[in-house]
Design a protein around this ligand. Structure first.
Ligand code: FES
Length: 108
């Protein structure tokens, strides 16, 4: 349906998704890069646990939320990939304030 122009001039960066290294095209958004790498879903809804993937690709639907470098609720369709970026699927509700390493395991 769509064809990428300048396919042979592409540069790549390494990112990780859930601790798996993925080589993606430099200059893409995180959402576009993961979709191009055939990643099927990016998050699960907090209520039903249903899988979600990017829908609008322009910052409106919030179905592309992921955790990037430890920061939850990042709209992957608006953020460009960069070398070494650590991405995790967002499962369920995200903490509003990330848990500090020294507090881990102390919550009931
Ligand atoms: S895909 Fe809709 S906000 Fe990112």
């Amino acid at each position: 349906m769509f064809t990428r122009v300048n396919k042979n001039n592409a540069k790549f960066v390494s990112i990780s998704l859930d601790n798996q290294t993925v080589k993606v095209r430099k200059g893409l958004t995180v959402a576009a890069a993961l979709l191009e790498a055939n990643i099927g879903h990016f998050r699960q809804t907090p209520v039903s646990g249903k899988p979600r993937a990017p829908f609008c690709m322009m910052g409106v639907c919030f179905d592309c939320l992921v955790v990037i470098d430890g920061m939850a609720n990042q709209q992957s369709c608006l953020i460009e990939v960069c070398e070494g970026m650590r991405i995790e699927r967002q499962i369920g509700p995200a903490d509003i304030i990330p848990e500090k390493p020294e507090d881990q395991g102390t919550k009931p």
